[in-house]
Design a protein around this ligand. Structure first.
Ligand code: LP5
Ligand code: MN
Length: 264
């Protein structure tokens, strides 16, 4: 009797991808193109794609879905869902007004912030990350206001053009205010992160928002911070990338230039 040797495939299988803070807008054509390439070439190879907030520069409401630009982005995400990759979405501080209209159009499932998911046998907490920036008191009170259901209902009842004008004003103010704030104030608060690890019984956290990509070896576990994307600054290297988890538990950063490693 011949014993047939079965060749095992040692290549780890891609399970999930994580990206955030792409800040899509029509004035960023190269960034948009890099994101579309990511959706077309990489996302379909994963079982799950997690978009962890601030995918858009801002979102004024689901009644703003019909612009050619938004239609193009929606179609690109829909194409990923249609390949069988499950797309999940956590809202960021710029696009928390995304609702069921966007979810239905893209096939994305909206998740609460934070959420605990299970990948390759490990529980992982995912969050946008802004809620943990608790030293930024001005932002915290702004956040508390705009995350109220009643407040959002009233804001969404304003005409779309008026909402856009208000938000564009806030974007300008935010850029000015950020220049005045220290990096420490705009980073996540260590106690808030510690509580997140312990209260949710996880050893892995993935978040975005701070635009300071890194793998932090915190006392309670490992915290992966996703990069923001910016590919439209002349004479500057494209910035951005995503995190990938494989079925052997390995977690790697993928840079836009094709480099792959375990630190960003
Ligand atoms: O986004 P980013 O990286 O620039 O900075 C964030 C915080 N800023 C924001 C504001 C957004 O960028 C702009 C608005 C988003 C649109 C959401 C849709 C609908 C909301 C409509 C609101 C009327 O999130 C920034 C943080 C930074 O992250 C780092 O964590 O520092 O925080 C701020 O800039 C907030 C200010 O410090 C406080 C602003 C108070 C203004 C209150 C005006 C209320 C006006 C109400 C009008 C109806
Ligand atoms: Mn953000």
């Amino acid at each position: 009797m011949t014993v047939q040797q079965i060749q095992t495939n040692t290549q780890p299988k891609l399970v999930a991808l994580f990206a955030s803070d792409i800040h899509l807008q029509p004035s960023l054509p190269r960034t948009t193109q890099f994101f579309f390439n990511f959706l077309k070439q990489h996302a379909p190879q994963a079982d799950q794609l997690y978009l962890l907030g601030d995918l858009f520069e801002y979102w004024a409401g689901d009644d703003d879905m019909d612009t050619p630009y938004h239609q193009e982005v929606i179609a690109a995400i829909r194409a990923v869902s249609d390949t069988g990759t499950k797309v999940f979405w956590i809202a960021g501080n710029r696009d928390f007004l995304i609702g069921t209209g966007f979810a239905d159009a893209t096939g994305a499932q909206l998740l609460a912030d934070p959420s605990v998911i299970h990948i390759a046998g490990r529980p992982i907490l995912i969050t946008h990350g802004d809620a943990q920036c608790s030293d930024d008191l001005a932002y915290m009170s702004f956040r508390a206001m705009v995350r109220q259901e009643q407040w959002q209902k009233e804001f969404l009842s304003l005409p779309l053009s008026q909402r856009k004008t208000i938000i564009e004003g806030l974007r300008k103010d935010s850029k000015i205010e950020k220049k005045e704030k220290t990096l420490t104030i705009m980073d996540v608060n260590p106690d808030a992160i510690c509580r997140l690890f312990l209260d949710n019984n996880v050893k892995t956290i993935i978040h975005g928002h701070t635009h300071r990509p890194a793998r932090h070896l915190d006392v309670e576990g490992v915290r992966y911070v996703l990069p923001d994307w910016e590919c439209d600054i002349e004479n500057e290297k494209s910035r951005g990338g995503w995190l990938a988890i494989y079925d052997n538990g390995e977690i790697l950063f993928h840079h836009l230039d094709g480099n792959i490693n375990n630190i960003f």
